[in-house]
Ligand binder design. Structure first.
Ligand code: ATP
Length: 750
């Protein structure tokens, strides 16, 4: 590339930056004046009062208030839009675009040119920068020089030929690298990005998004999408870019808060939290499934769980059979087994549970259990109205009247000028006050013993599910229910029971008000149980599902297979993609890790090479010194190092080493930690989806032996594939079971 072209490109970039700065300055003052208006409106809103001097005045003033509130919402949306655009412009001032494409329409030889960046920019009618998500920008991702690419522009397909593909590397508005790429060279900037260091936060990947990834990002037709792929193949990257793409492509109909994104844990959630904002998309709701359920069952604490603690009981509770059992049980509840409690005023039974049971039986409803319970609720409210009339002359009302303050009585007297009427009013008030709380309880179905009902459901499981197919005897199940009961008494529930309990609540209470998400995006889908997914489908039946996962990383042994997934999504179309190129780890790391992969056809195709993984035996005398000196080298280069163990128990082996070494480090053993140190130690359950420059895989054979056989390979595969550049494996001794069956030429022994 000659200096003249670099200079020309820099001149153009300088001009583009000046246009960006102009728009940014204009928006700055627009923002200030809009903010001022907003403040004024807020001030006014606090002064508005509903005029209730007459019905007419009340209607009029409440209409005004509504109009005022609408206006306020519009203004606040405008303010957010301006602010979002300002943030994008701020980023573009530093790095206005990353690519240029020269092309022509095959039916028209006139040459065209676009510059592609994270946002669009216009100078009068000139499109100085095209958003990476615009249809024409696909040429940057799909086209190599000389290629013909068919694109759907508007509603028709057109074919384009790429004449030039230029990539820029820009720092603070200066072009520091510029390359014209062709088919032969591949993507040199991609290699540069991949050779770079890892970070505490994932960034957007728009400049080097690959063709196969771009296709998935832009494929919006199918209702449901499943992105499968080997570790580090960019499943998360694609999912995040796809969300940003959807928000651009359907901006007229889709708002960011209509997308719900599930992450495997909160540490990962923090890791990806900046990707969408840096693409100009805020407000996508992120959640872990545990948080999602805990938020809905707030009266219980969730018992934390670790890999290997999942036992045969959780397998049952995560299964589709358990969900079927719950639905059958709910149908049975329409006829019998519902557990009610008396409706009482203090100690006095107003409506006994037997009476409620009779009322429920009398309801002839063809609808759901929830609908039948809703009818019951109305009947109970009616009954309470009758009881209120009866209670007007009750002794307890007489007693209450004795204790009424004289001021209160005088006030009524003044209003009525009639002693008999006054007493009537007072009695109504006393009864009304006493019944209000009872009515509220009935309204929220407080007469149903939900917790007891869930326990009853648990106890009924042997009649509803063939437990022997899960290797469980009826006696074992019964003693397990006792354990759950003990936990419930301490206000604790496992994720599995909390989910089951919530699903049963939904059957009884109906769907309650659920937000209408248009898209549910699930990363690490293999970590979900069939039960959890059926619950989500029940909650959001009309949502489209975008899912990413890798069965080789099924460390929780949740028994989800993709056939089951189709059934759960009710045979709706699922567009499947398989990504095999590994962008994260080197060829040597993946060659080693692949020996632990269960799926034959999911073999990684890495594109970088470095050193083979190195094995260190703890029993060797120089173990400590060797490991320390190796790691010190990495740390000196600014690389991030993670000690990863199969379970939290494994951390006990790592801690003494790190403490005696004295290196600044962080031991992460719970989901709510913030990862911020260069050296960390954590169990793999918390490192799902993360990556580090260097991984030290630790875990003695004793820990391994405590894990169920089935999940071990997936655990090791997941641990090894977190490493980008270098992998160390620490074993207890030379005869370790861990390396049995692996090819000795795939690693070095230190
Ligand atoms: N096209 C790309 N350009 C640059 N980097 C990429 C690209 N695709 C993926 N990467 C990088 O590869 C790494 C792995 O990506 P990502 O985490 O999305 O993979 P994954 O398939 O979700 O992995 P896992 O299943 O192990 O969680 C990240 O550092 C990501 O930034």
């Amino acid at each position: 590339m000659n200096n003249e072209s670099i200079q020309q490109e820099q001149e153009r970039m300088d001009y583009v930056i000046s246009v960006i700065t102009e728009e940014a300055d204009r928006l700055k003052s627009e923002y200030s004046s809009k903010l001022e208006i907003q403040k004024q409106l807020l001030k006014q809103s606090s002064q508005i009062r509903i005029n209730n001097s007459s019905n007419e005045a009340m209607w009029e003033s409440s209409g005004e208030l509504r109009e005022f509130e609408q206006n306020l919402t519009i203004k606040s949306n405008e303010l957010t839009q301006v602010q979002n655009r300002r943030t994008i412009l701020e980023k573009m001032q530093e790095d206005p675009y990353f690519g240029r494409i020269d092309y022509h329409n095959v039916t028209d030889p006139e040459a065209e040119q676009i510059y592609v960046g994270i946002g669009s920019l216009f100078d009068n009618n000139d499109n100085l920068v095209v958003d990476w998500r615009a249809p024409i920008s696909s040429l940057y991702y799909e086209g190599n020089v000389g290629d013909q690419v068919k694109l759907k522009i508007g509603d028709r397909f057109q074919a384009f030929e790429v004449d030039l593909k230029r990539q820029f590397r820009v720092k603070n508005g200066e072009i520091v690298g510029m390359i014209d790429t062709d088919n032969v060279m591949g993507d040199p900037y991609l290699m540069e990005v991949l050779e770079g260091g890892s970070s505490n936060q994932m960034g957007p990947v728009v400049a080097t998004l690959q063709k196969e990834q771009n296709r998935i990002v832009r494929d919006t037709l199918p209702r449901n999408v499943l992105i499968q792929g080997v570790a580090g193949s960019g499943k998360t990257v694609v999912m995040m870019q796809k969300i940003a793409y959807l928000l651009y492509a359907f901006r007229a109909h889709l708002k960011a808060d209509e997308i719900l994104l599930f992450s495997p844990n909160r540490i990962f959630q923090a890791y990806i939290s900046q990707v969408l904002p840096s693409l100009g998309e805020w407000d996508v709701e992120g959640n872990t499934f545990s948080q999602f359920i805990q938020h809905r069952v707030s009266n219980y604490d969730m018992i934390p769980s670790d890999i290997g603690e999942n036992n045969k009981f959780s397998t049952v509770k995560g299964s589709s059979q358990y969900y079927d059992a719950l639905e059958r049980y709910s149908r049975l509840l329409k006829k019998k087994y519902l557990l009610f409690r008396d409706i009482k005023r203090e100690d006095e039974v107003l409506i006994s549970k037997e009476e409620i049971q009779q009322m429920f039986k009398r309801i002839d409803s063809k609808g759901s259990l929830a609908a039948k319970l809703d009818i019951l609720r109305s009947m109970l409210m009616q009954r309470l109205d009758e009881l209120k009339i009866i209670h007007l002359s009750a002794d307890w009302v007489d007693d209450a009247l004795q204790h009424y303050g004289t001021d209160h009585i005088h006030q009524f007297e003044r209003q009525t000028h009639d002693i008999v009427k006054m007493e009537g009013y007072l009695r109504k008030q006393v009864v009304g006050d006493a019944f209000r709380i009872i009515e509220r309880r009935v309204n929220s179905q407080g007469h149903i013993r939900y917790i007891a009902q869930y326990l009853h459901f648990l106890r009924s499981i042997p009649q509803l599910i063939d437990l022997s197919s899960f290797g469980i005897t009826t006696e074992e199940w019964a003693s397990h229910v006792e354990v759950v009961l003990k936990d419930m008494k301490k206000n604790r529930l496992s994720l599995y029971d909390m989910t089951g309990y919530y699903a049963l609540l939904l059957q009884m209470k109906g769907m309650m008000t659920q937000k209408a998400y248009q898209y549910i995006c699930i990363d690490e889908i293999q970590d979900f149980t069939p039960f959890q997914l059926r619950l989500l489908k029940k909650l959001y039946p009309r949502a489209r599902y975008i899912m990413a996962g890798d069965l080789n990383q099924n460390i929780w042994q949740n028994n989800l297979d993709y056939k089951e997934l189709e059934r759960i999504l009710e045979e709706e179309e699922i567009s499947r993609h398989l990504l095999l190129t590994s962008y994260r780890s080197t060829q040597e790391i993946m060659a080693f890790a692949d020996q632990y992969a269960l799926l034959e056809d999911h073999r990684a195709q890495p594109i970088r090479s470095r050193k083979k993984p190195e094995v260190l035996h703890q029993s060797h005398t120089h173990f400590d010194e060797t490991l320390k000196s190796r790691l010190a080298e990495h740390i000196g280069k600014g690389e991030r190092v993670a000690f990863l163990t199969p379970t939290a128990v494994g951390l006990n082996e790592v801690k003494p080493f790190l403490e005696s070494w004295g290196v600044d480090h962080q031991v992460i053993s719970s989901d709510d930690s913030i990862m911020n140190k260069q050296v960390v130690a954590m169990p793999i359950g918390l490192a799902k989806g993360l990556e580090f420059d260097v991984v030290v895989a630790c875990g003695t054979d004793a820990i391994l032996a405590s894990l169920p056989n089935d999940g071990r390979q997936q655990i090791w595969y997941t641990i090894f594939s977190r490493a980008m550049h270098q992998l160390y494996i620490v074993t207890t001794d030379e005869q370790t079971a861990l390396l049995k069956g692996t090819n000795p030429s795939s690693y070095e022994v230190l």
